[in-house]
Unconditional design. Sequence first.
Length: 703
Amino acid sequence: MSIFSKWFGSKRNNIKEVDDLTFDQVEDPSIYDVFGDSELSEESTTESLPDAIRYVVDKWGCDYLKSRSFLNVLNDFQAFKEIPAAKYIIQNMQANGYVDKLVLVNNWEIESKSIIIKYANEFGAKENLVAYVVRSLGYGLKKINDIPKLMERSEKDQETFKDPESQTITIPPSATYSQPSPNPMPKPTPQPLPQQLGPYEPKMDLPNYHYPTLDLLKKYDIYGEPYIDMAEQTANKNRVVDVLRNFGIEISSIKANVGPTITLYEITPASGVRISKIRNLEEDIALSLSAFGVRIIAPIPGKGTIGIEVPNAKPATVSMESILNSMKYQETTMELPCAIGKTITNEVFMFDLAKAPHLLVAGATGQGKSVGLNAIITSLLYKKHPAELKIVLVDPKKVEFSIYSSIGKHFLAKIPDNNPDSIITDTQRAINTLNSLCKEMDTRYDLLMMAQVRNLKEYNKKFIDRQLNPVHGHKFMPYIVVVIDEYGDLIMTAGKEVELPIARIAQLGRAVGIHMVISTQRPTTNIITGPIKANFPSRIAFRVGTTVDSRTILDRPGAQQLMGRGDMLFQNFGSEPIRVQGAFVDTSELERINQFIAQQQGYLLVYELPEPDTDDGEIGGSRDVDMQHLDPMFEDAARLIVREQSGSTALIQRKFAIGYNRAGRLMDQLEKAGIVGAAHGSKPREVLITDENSLENLLSLWR
């Protein structure tokens, strides 16, 4: 037997069975289909009909109902929210054991949530069906203001209900009808089932967004190809062979790989030659070639050869356009592809920041660190949609990242504060932002735990497949990349306040999609400390002044012999460093890219991170609620909370399409006004107002 049949009697069995359907799939029958023409005739008695239908017949007559469907009648009239209709629901539910308990709030009323759960579990019905019926027919017993008069009725007409504490309330089987509300509760708009909607598409937030095009980047005449001077290559090869022979080292073969700025000579030593003997000739070979930056790789990993890196006389510029136009970048399946330059063999070099999972960049002033960071950001902007990626930019120097402020509503993220600038330039904001990221990280781990997945990729796949319910707080989560341009300055001014949250994010952020890129021009042990080195396995070393600095960054020498101007060593998880010539992207190119993105439709607000916890554990530094300047949505939010009888911040977010922080401030104001109770962890707040009339009286006090 269907739910409607159980509620409205055996005479209405012709209603479509809805045990396994949602309300939106139920056919909307007419009044005559439900009750029959004979029962609704003017001459017939209406005593056998439910109280609300009898009320409609008595007030308007059957002619009115001829043009009204059954569900419209249920939805239109306030009578269903009065005592008789509420009593009718309770009688049927209690008779079948569905009433969980009665809760005393001022007067008696039903705790609707428990009834919904029990009723849905019993019949296997969708929760929105039972929720709609409870919402349409009344959340429960309305406030009974005249209990003494009701108690005077005869015992024969009284019905007694008991709660688990054996307390009782007396409800009459009928009561005087009241005039219908001039603003009846609107019928909910039918919503398709998740299976009918198909996969969730996060990019539909900005459906007309276009990725930046390659014509925004500068093309160089030589297109990034190395300049090969055969006379220079032959002369260098002969000099290398002569130097080795002068020290008694014979080689069986030698070949050259010409890169943009460096040529790698691969030599195969004769049998019996000690590798250490060749490694010690580094300075002698540099003297013979009259070149700076000669570096020996002995042996080359995966090959039975020894490499000697010699700078080219005419280094070529590696353009960003040649990197992003390559097939390797265009066809990559990396989550966060970072294309930074070309190797000695003239191949495009890129890595996945999502697997790195964090990057440490260090080198002396003017050697290309900021250009390298811009190359990383540019390669991400060309590959990711604003719905998939958010970037937090920390720039103590105030000038390096200012160019990205125009795309704040597309890609940037910041904490909610009075500063409109999306770029973080002062130390205190940096500290608050890092603490906020720790809070965001903990929240994401809670959602992963609820979804029973291990990382952000699996979580987002479940959400896209509509296996996670947004009602329970689930949402599509973008990757968050934190870029700090001068980490050393933050350490000097804030010390542990910066280092501790960075170390915590570096240890735990990978699984929830939070990745860090930090840069410093002071690669010393008091800046790059043990916890930082331990949690930043991927490192880029630009040219440094001493071998000690190179060992601090890479745990080995080599960075002191780089050429500068973007020449770098990339090391991943302690492997042999790879020499890369960084791609050059100048200011004019960045301006064109940011202007192209900024001219497109973006989000209404910059992506807001959670408000950080302060030392006293309160959010935002103060729990004082300003009731003199109420949010413009205060009254609408109050009506929503009372109508839904659910004190949930997520509900306000979803219904009004606002951010979490604004919804939280609204909830604080509702608590101060006495509409909802205090917070109890992640559970919804208790709603203290049970009807809209009481709410309007209360709101009038705050106007």
